[in-house]
Design a protein around this ligand. Structure first.
Ligand SMILES: *Cc1c(COP(=O)(O)O)cnc(C)c1O
Length: 366
């Protein structure tokens, strides 16, 4: 018998995560000029890296022979001051994917369940399945999380509920009050992981006061990332806020040096660059208007989004995706999210949005 046949069946059944196509891959496959390619496939910040982070990266690169600070003292101190959260409530991750996985590893095992929504972020089913636990996917309502149905799906075997707010790839948002009553209604023996990767893109009036909720809800875990508005996707830094005892358990399953020293320094600097975040927010608002106006002009339905991306319906998504690639525009097919007729595009710079809309218009006519 082959060693691979002896891997647990739930591991063998994992469908690998499908990332956005890297620019270098499209260059190799189609022989296109790298400079002419527009990548709007992974919800990255089109402004690049914050100038403050860049300085910190250069400085940190001078001392790479040493291990990083495994406790991330400086970054935790900065996060603590920025959010008003005690350091013992913070868990740092190699991207927020890493903290999502730590939540699963700390609380799930075969025989236990995790609840998440249809069309929700693909990482939830992956980390649940990797633990041999069962994922309970609750049908979405109008593409959004149906919180009442999710509450009903919580059973005696449920240990974790994942909520993406805003959700990727649909961009849908639960109103703060609804979210708060949902969390209040969930038994304290069930962890509610609230994934707020796109929090900074929300206007102030739509932001949940999730960090303040931590005081009242010991079963709440809030996750955020430096990959989106902070422009550090390539360095992989994310974090979670939780009750100190929950954070302690998550830290026990954390790899000792999971966030590298360049990333720690860059994230600490990026957190202090309020101007960069403000510009990213503004650019996204303007870009979202351009892209959605363009989609309307072309006559396509889209799912109104609160993130830095929007999913739109084209019918034969595979063909449109391929035609866009041929014109050097990379977007994201989302059939693996149960949306085979949709594509997702990230809001880019003004010129990138225009390139995308022109290429899409052509792709649909041809
Ligand atoms: C992009 C994204 C993340 C962030 O992933 P990182 O590992 O921090 O890069 C988390 N959750 C959702 C819903 C996302 O779309």
């Amino acid at each position: 018998m082959d060693i691979c046949d002896l891997a647990p069946p739930y591991i063998r059944a994992i469908a690998p995560y499908q990332p956005g196509k890297p620019i270098s891959e499209l260059v190799r496959e189609m022989g296109l000029d790298e400079a002419g390619i527009v990548k709007l496939a992974s919800n990255e910040n089109p402004m690049g890296v914050s100038p403050l982070a860049r300085v910190a990266i250069d400085r940190a690169a001078g001392d790479l022979a040493r291990y990083p600070d495994g406790n991330g003292f400086e970054l935790k101190r900065a996060l603590s001051a920025h959010h008003g959260v005690a350091p013992e409530r913070i868990v740092l991750g190699n991207g927020s994917n890493d903290v999502l996985e730590m939540a699963a590893r700390a609380f799930l095992a075969p025989g236990l369940e995790a609840v998440y929504s249809q069309h929700a972020f693909a990482v939830y089913p992956l980390v649940v399945q990797a633990m041999g636990a069962s994922g309970v996917e609750v049908p979405a309502r109008n593409f959004a999380h149906d919180l009442a149905a999710m509450r009903r799906a919580v059973s005696g075997r449920t240990r974790v509920v994942f909520i993406a707010n805003p959700n990727n790839p649909t961009g849908t948002l639960a109103a703060p009050a609804e979210l708060e009553s949902f969390i209040a209604s969930v038994p304290r023996e069930v962890l509610v992981v609230l994934d707020e990767a796109y929090y900074e893109y929300l206007p102030a009036e739509l932001r949940a006061d999730s960090v303040a909720w931590l005081e009242r809800f010991p079963h709440l875990v809030v996750t955020r990332t430096f990959s989106k508005i902070y422009g550090l996707a390539g360095l992989r830094v994310g974090y979670a806020f939780a009750a100190p005892a929950v954070a302690d358990l998550m830290n026990r399953v954390r790899q000792p040096f999971n966030v590298n020293s360049v990333s720690l320094a860059a994230a600490t600097a990026a957190l202090s660059d309020a101007e960069f975040v403000r510009k990213g927010h503004e650019l996204n608002r303007a870009g979202m208007r351009e892209v959605t106006a363009g989609l309307k002009r072309i006559g396509l339905e889209f799912i109104p989004s609160h993130g830095n991306f929007v999913s739109f319906r084209v019918g034969d998504a595979a063909t449109v995706y391929r035609k866009l690639l041929e014109s050097g525009v990379i977007v994201r097919p989302i059939s693996s999210y149960g949306l085979p007729q949709h594509l997702r595009v990230t809001i880019g710079l003004e010129a990138e949005n225009a390139r995308f809309l022109a290429a899409l218009d052509r792709a649909l006519k041809a």
